[in-house]
Design a protein around this ligand. Structure first.
Ligand SMILES: Cc1cc2nc3c(=O)[nH]c(=O)nc-3n(C[C@H](O)[C@H](O)[C@H](O)COP(=O)(O)O)c2cc1C
Length: 235
């Protein structure tokens, strides 16, 4: 299992020390690569704290929050949200490898404070920063929002015993972040074909779908088609 998958947890408390220049350069170059590959227009914002100052919500307490990544793309991209999840999670895992803390944020920020072009849609942000060992508040938020990890059996419907590569993929899926920790993405293995789907009755669902597909691919080796119900191809 890739270590970043096991090591990553959502971080909501950051050090006062800002991200170093070399880290900034790394983040920007990762974003550029992923934008080129995906057609997304993700962007690093050194100080995005203006979008976090006004809200006081119990879900999502952020401390010393400063830098973030705007998770956006072209409005007319059919797979926009799923791509944001898929490429955004690739970015989150790379940032984890750099030793930085991250948290996907869908709800608890003020969109009007962030720059978005007229042809673009901002689906969510990823906050990023320096982190120390988890604080008590963080542990409390974590236990409140992440009290349960679903079992593999709760995430996959299969008409036959499934092979080792599916086990490997599903193990990585169980570590995936999801909005409100709902872990709603379901996998289906039928007639030797694996697919992934989500109810799509919440604004963050398709982002969760992209994230879960990325984790599965890393665990199993192979590639998913985009789309709700998209099929997996083993390579
Ligand atoms: C699309 C998406 C949106 C999220 N939005 C928020 C948010 O608004 N506030 C927050 O504190 N956490 C948010 N989270 C983080 C989840 O609560 C977290 O991933 C989940 O509880 C699992 O915990 P873990 O990431 O530590 O494994 C979001 C996660 C995802 C994937």
């Amino acid at each position: 299992m890739r270590s970043a998958i096991e090591n990553r947890v959502s971080r909501r408390k950051f050090e006062k020390e800002p991200i170093a220049d070399w880290e900034k350069e790394n983040i920007i170059s990762l974003i550029n690569q992923l934008n080129e590959e995906s057609g997304l227009t993700m962007a690093f914002m050194e100080d995005g704290s203006g979008a976090f100052g006004k809200l006081r919500k119990s879900y999502g307490l952020f401390t010393n929050m400063r830098s973030l990544i705007l998770m956006k793309g072209k409005k007319d991209d059919q797979d926009l949200k799923e791509k944001i999840g898929y490429y955004g999670e690739a970015l989150v895992l790379a940032l984890t490898d750099l030793g930085l803390g991250t948290c996907w944020v869908g709800g608890t920020f003020d969109k009007d404070e962030l720059p978005v072009d007229s042809g673009e849609e901002l689906a969510c942000v990823i906050v990023v920063g320096k982190v120390a060992a988890p604080s008590l508040t963080e542990k409390m938020v974590r236990s409140a929002t992440h009290r349960k990890v679903k079992s593999m059996e709760e995430r996959i419907i299969s008409d036959q015993p499934f092979p080792q590569w599916i086990q490997n993929g599903m193990k990585a899926v169980l570590f995936a972040p999801s909005a409100k920790n709902t872990q709603k993405v379901m996998f289906r293995y039928k007639n030797d074909t694996l697919s992934a789907e989500i109810a799509n009755d919440y604004s963050m669902d398709l982002i969760d779908l992209g994230i879960a597909k990325k984790h599965f691919e890393i665990g199993a080796g192979g590639k998913f088609e985009f789309g709700n119900g998209g099929i997996f191809h083993l390579t």
